[in-house]
Write a protein that binds this ligand. Structure first.
Ligand SMILES: [Zn+2]
Length: 314
């Protein structure tokens, strides 16, 4: 009864999925953790994992692979780089998990890369040889799969699609310190910012917004025919399609998948995005399909489990 665990590491809790070796999700649990930097915190994680298994009739010895996805860079060797948004000691946690799960192969994966692998294993990209996932949430992340394998890069920056430069004359800075990154226009925050700018330009009163990343309200305004919302999403599609055209001259994927929270509104802007991509891309890439991702917030949990399983077989 071989099991695989996928652990999605967030700022205050972890979400764990227990899978069969074939990729069927059999159980999910959430474990509140806080900072994961002490032996006591590592024990909370390992105890939580043991409980999940016990509740489902399995033991630590059944586990053959464990994947952990983190919101930060992980290079091709699986080494975790600087984590800006969470408190985690990856080496310490790895050692604690290895002591409990002696038969399991462990792998760390960047969260956007993990989401891409998840879609490859059990989502829209199942069977695709080459595709690029663009995860649009608070920021813009990405995962690049070529010949069925993730391209994480020599320094872990592979797939950092949010930081493709799309406007060289931008004066405001991106979170990365550079200016004119895709993320500044096509993230949830970027869309809301552009919406407000369009309202000002058109002299329209903005709809009520629940914070700086409330794309749901902008989408609803779009559905109601709000001119500023329509212009903001057209602008988003223009910069995103432009960035995708640049990616295609390097990777030339079969498929682009749009995921993350903003991916939920895909039908609203799908045609505009396809038109924008075709406007900017090199002719041979015009046949590239652009589709919505299918695993939602679970994609990264699937994907890190899959990576750990792949590495075990390698
Ligand atoms: Zn940037």
């Amino acid at each position: 009864m071989e099991k695989v665990l996928g652990i999605d590491i967030g700022g205050t809790s972890i979400k764990v999925g227990m899978f069969s070796a074939e990729g069927t999700l059999e159980a999910v649990t959430k474990i509140p953790t806080g900072e994961i930097v002490s032996e006591a915190a590592f024990a909370v994680v390992t105890e939580g994992l043991k409980n999940l298994l016990a509740e489902n009739g399995a033991t630590p010895d059944d586990v053959i692979a464990i994947g952990l996805d983190v919101p930060g860079p992980v290079d091709d060797e699986g080494k975790v780089g600087m984590l800006a948004n969470i408190e985690l000691d990856p080496e310490g946690l790895q050692a604690a998990i290895k002591r409990t799960f002696t038969k399991a192969n462990l792998a760390f994966v960047n969260d956007a890369n993990a989401a891409a692998l998840g879609e490859l294993w059990q989502g829209t990209a199942k069977g695709a040889n080459s595709f690029v996932l663009i995860a649009i949430g608070t920021g813009v992340g990405g995962g690049v799969v070529v010949n069925g394998k993730l391209v994480a890069g020599a320094f872990g920056a592979g797939g950092e699609i949010g930081h493709v430069t799309v406007k060289r004359d931008e004066t405001e800075s991106c979170g990365c310190g550079r200016k004119g990154c895709l993320e500044q226009y096509a993230s949830a925050k970027g869309i809301v910012t552009q919406y407000k700018k369009e309202c000002k330009r058109l002299g329209i009163e903005p709809v009520a917004l629940d914070g700086p990343t409330d794309t749901l309200s902008v989408f609803n305004a779009h559905r109601a025919g709000d001119e500023a919302a329509i212009a903001a999403l057209l602008g988003m599609c223009d910069t995103l399609g432009y960035a995708m055209a640049q990616i295609s001259v390097v990777v030339d994927p079969q498929v682009y998948l749009i995921g993350g929270g903003v991916g939920g509104g895909f039908n609203l802007y799908a045609e505009d995005l396809r038109n924008s991509f075709r406007k900017y891309c090199l002719a041979p890439s015009a046949a590239t399909r652009i589709l919505p991702a299918s695993l939602g917030n679970d994609a990264a949990m699937y994907g890190c489990a899959y990576q750990a399983l792949l590495e075990r077989g390698a």
